[in-house]
Design a protein around this ligand. Sequence first.
Ligand SMILES: CC(=O)N[C@H]1[C@@H](OP(=O)(O)OP(=O)(O)OC[C@H]2O[C@@H](n3ccc(=O)[nH]c3=O)[C@H](O)[C@@H]2O)O[C@H](CO)[C@@H](O)[C@@H]1O
Ligand SMILES: C=C(OP(=O)(O)O)C(=O)O
Length: 428
Amino acid sequence: MKKILVEGGHLLNGKVRVSGAKNSAVALLPAAILADSDVSIEGLPEISDVYTLGDLLEEIGGHVSWDGQTVHIDPAEMIDMPLPNGKVKQLRASYYFMGAMLGKFKKAVIGLPGGCYLGPRPIDQHIKGFEALGAEVTNEQGAIYLRAKELTGARIYLDVVSVGATINIMLAAVRAKGKTVIENAAKEPEIIDVATLLTNMGAKIKGVGTDVIRIEGVSSLNGCKHTIIPDRIEAGTYAIAAAAQGTDVTIDNVIPQHIESLLAKLREMDVSIEEKDEQLRIMPQKPLKSVDVKTLVYPGFPTDLQQPFTSLLTKAVNTGVITDTIYSARLKHIDELRRMNASIKVEGGSVIVSGPVQLEGARVKASDLRAGAALIIAGLMANGITEITGIEHIERGYEKITEKLNNLGANIWREDMTEQEVKQFQNL
Ligand SMILES: CC(=O)N[C@H]1[C@@H](OP(=O)(O)OP(=O)(O)OC[C@H]2O[C@@H](n3ccc(=O)[nH]c3=O)[C@H](O)[C@@H]2O)O[C@H](CO)[C@@H](O)[C@@H]1O
Ligand SMILES: C=C(OP(=O)(O)O)C(=O)O
């Protein structure tokens, strides 16, 4: 097992290139199940979630070959193989096998997903959608069984705006008979990316990016080539790191509009930002002012940047309040930041960060992906060395994070954990 070590205090400057979007990639790969011929996806991030999904596609008979960041998927020999256990539990997005296999084979058995524990993460809206399309859905010993004689288009109102439910219902509905309308749909850029792939495969989808998506089912879908969008959460993480510890950092391969809510907050904090077509230049020149942040569905402030942003607020003058309206229990980074000398209170679901404080290096644990990013950013600002365990979470979502930060001037590296550290880590 490895840990990450960060020696704080080094200033960041230079250029960092953003990888393909994790939350698109993890839906695009399962979407390939729906095609009858080869699907190629370019620009995939080299992260463990992507490789886990590639393995799952092989488990159901897909031929998957990698050429750097491009994957070729031949779905011709895929079958409706049950996946009740195993790798489906290593990540959240295995739930997209439900929609894609239901669409293609009219049946699927998929174990309940894993992914970051952010408090309860129900999938009732996914199931409501599958049932509306005509599937019988049961939970048998922790695996979801889906069976349908045929899928028929339906009008589905989502009670909660959900990225996963919107994509999953779309995956099944493109192969249903007739028209499906998803109301109160989520509008995240990753949903548009998945719809673009499906449209290139021959699906008929209108309204993505608005809260009403209309789908006219088709009887077959062909293969195609697709290039993934850049990862707005990775871009946002580097923007926050640059605001925290940078002098002049250029973030390349970013769609600035996808992180407008973050950029607005950074500007309120007095960070100077230049926006170009596919680049951002972050130049913190003055002491940072605290701000309040409330996470919301897109285009609001993303919950996935809430934890890294908390680290940044420790450096800002005055008190900032963060409220996560999507995952109110996404707070596992707080105790770890306190170990590093942060002054943070949690009151009635809000996180109150007082600053500025000088963070101190400490031994901390990343208990989820963005908690890991928050601790790395804190480590960049801290005095001395910060040791971060639990880095398998970080590797689910950040491609080459140590290499990218070192190129910006940080001093961050991976090391093997000692036997004793592994034992202590596993008992925690
Ligand atoms: C792989 C992926 O894309 N993960 C992202 C996706 O997760 P995920 O798709 O799981 O998140 P959702 O958008 O579905 O969740 C939003 C909210 O709806 C609730 N909910 C969701 C589904 C459901 O059936 N019932 C229900 O109550 C959730 O508990 C949460 O409070 O969007 C989240 C919110 O932007 C991000 O944090 C994750 O990074
Ligand atoms: C919560 C996240 O991922 P997942 O939904 O895959 O657990 C995330 O990307 O921050």
